[in-house]
Design a protein around this ligand. Structure first.
Ligand code: OSB
Ligand code: MG
Length: 371
C-alpha cells in the first residue's frame, strides 16, 4: 500500500507498506468465526530483526501448525492459549502477535464482544475518545519540517513526535519548539541512532521541555539507557528494547525505562501488551501506544488498547489518512478534535472492506486448520 508521503526514520525511508495479514477461519465453532490479524513487520529487518517475508515463512512453517496440533484444542482455537503454544519458537514476536490477533478477533466476533470491552474499557456509557499524536519523519530541511508540523497541528493532533538522528536533532527540535510554543506536547524518537558516549549531546535536548526521548541507544543496551537516564533530564522511553513483559520489568528495575512505548506486535501480541500495561501501571511508569504504520486493522485494535487507564500519554494512533489514501477497512480511524474514538464493534475494532482488500491483495496462501 503506498504511503501518502515518504516516512524517513534513522533506519531508513518507507514509501510503501508491504503488509502481511493473517485470517483465521474457524468453521467448527458455534457460531462460525472469522478474524483478522495484522503483522507489523516491515519489509526489511531495520527496525527490529523481523521482516515481512520472514514473518510469513515462520508463520507457514513453524507457527500455525503448533496451533493446529494443540491436543487440548476443542474444534476452535482459544486466543489465551496461543502464546503458550508458540512459546517453544524463539523470537518472531510480530509473526506470533499477528496469529494471536486473528484468533482473538475471531473469538470476540463470535462472542459479539469488542476488544475494548474484553480488556475492561468501559464502553457502555457513551463513546470513549483518546488523544491522538502524530509521528513526523526526518526532513532534510527545517523549513519543510515546520510546514509539515504546522499541517498536522491544523489537523488537530495534540502531540508531535519528531524522528531524530545525529545531524537532525537539536536544531530541528529547537525550530519546532520555537514555532509551536511551550504548550504543545513534543517528543523525539531516535530509533537506536545514538551511542553511550552521546549523553552530553542528548542532554542538549533538555532545554526544549520534551515529554520523552524514545530509544536513543541500541535495542540490547539496557544498561546504557539506565546510565543515560542519570545524565539526561528528559525522561528515557524505550521502544525497541521492550520485547516482553519480563524485559520491561527488568528495564524498569534497572532505571532504564522511565516511560514505556507499548507496541503489541513488538511484544508478541495484544494480551502481552495488556500485561505490560498492568505492570507499568503498578510501578507508576506511564505508557503510550506506539504505531507501526498499521492499516485500519491494527489501528482499530491499537485505539482500543490505548483506552486502558495506564495509557497516560497520547499514542502514535493518528488518523488512517496520515499514511493511507485508502484503507482496507470500512471504519478507518479518523481525527475529531485531536481525538480518535475507541471502536466498539465486535472483534478487535474494525470491519474489513472486501473490495478495498481485493484491490491491494498481491498473494494469499491457505493453510489447513486440521492436523
Ligand atoms: O519507532 O515508533 C517507531 C514506524 C515504523 C517503525 C517504527 C516506528 C514508527 C513510527 C510511526 O514512529 C508510528 C505510526 O505508526 O504512526
Ligand atoms: Mg519508536
Amino acid at each position: 500500500m503506498p504511503l501518502v508521503t515518504p516516512f524517513r526514520t534513522s533506519f531508513g525511508t518507507e514509501t510503501s507498506r508491504d503488509i502481511l495479514l493473517v485470517r483465521a477461519i474457524v468453521a467448527s465453532g458455534s457460531p462460525d468465526a472469522d478474524g483478522w490479524g495484522e503483522c507489523v513487520a516491515l519489509a526489511q529487518p531495520t527496525y527490529s530483526a523481523e521482516y515481512v517475508d520472514g514473518a510469513q515463512h515462520v508463520l507457514e512453517h513453524h507457527l500455525v501448525g503448533r496451533l493446529v496440533d494443540d491436543p487440548e484444542r476443542d474444534g476452535g482455537f482459544d486466543a489465551a492459549r496461543v502464546a503458550g503454544r508458540l512459546a517453544p519458537v524463539h523470537g518472531h514476536p510480530m509473526a506470533k502477535a499477528a496469529l494471536e490477533m486473528a484468533v482473538l478477533d475471531a473469538q470476540l466476533r463470535a462472542a459479539g464482544r469488542s476488544f475494548a470491552a474484553h480488556i475492561g474499557v468501559d464502553v457502555d456509557h457513551g463513546p470513549v475518545r483518546i488523544p491522538s499524536g502524530v509521528s513526523v519523519g526526518i526532513h532534510d530541511s527545517v523549513d519543510d519540517l515546520l510546514r509539515t508540523v504546522s499541517g498536522y497541528l491544523e489537523d488537530g493532533y495534540v502531540r508531535i513526535k519528531l524522528k531524530i538522528e545525529p545531524g537532525a536533532d537539536v536544531d530541528h527540535v529547537a525550530a519546532v519548539r520555537a514555532m509551536i510554543g511551550p504548550d504543545t506536547p513534543l517528543q523525539v524518537d531516535a530509533n537506536t541512532a545514538y551511542r553511550r558516549t552521546d549523553g552530553s549531546h542528548l542532554a542538549r535536548l533538555d532545554e526544549y521541555d520534551l515529554l520523552l526521548v524514545e530509544q536513543p541507544l541500541p535495542e540490547e543496551d539496557i544498561v546504557g539507557h539506565a546510565r543515560l537516564a542519570e545524565e539526561v533530564v528528559t525522561p528515557i522511553c524505550l521502544d525497541e528494547s521492550l520485547v516482553s513483559a519480563a524485559t520491561t520489568q527488568d528495564a524498569i528495575e534497572l532505571g532504564a525505562c522511565e516511560i514505556a512505548n507499548i507496541k503489541p506486535g513488538r511484544v508478541g501480541g495484544y494480551l502481552e501488551a495488556v500485561r505490560i500495561h498492568d505492570l507499568c501501571r503498578a510501578r507508576g511508569i506511564p505508557v503510550w501506544c506506539g504505531g507501526m504504520i498499521e492499516t485500519g486493522i491494527g489501528r482499530g485494535a491499537n485505539a482500543s488498547l490505548a483506552a486502558l487507564p495506564g495509557f497516560e500519554l497520547p499514542g502514535d494512533i493518528s488518523a488512517s489518512n496520515r499514511f493511507y489514501a485508502r484503507d482496507v477497512v470500512v471504519d478507518p480511524i479518523t481525527l475529531d478534535g485531536g481525538h480518535v474514538t475507541v471502536p466498539t464493534t465486535p472483534g478487535m475494532g474494525f470491519g474489513v472492506d472486501p473490495g478495498a482488500m481485493d484491490d491491494v491483495t498481491t498473494a494469499s496462501t491457505t493453510l489447513p486448520t486440521t492436523p
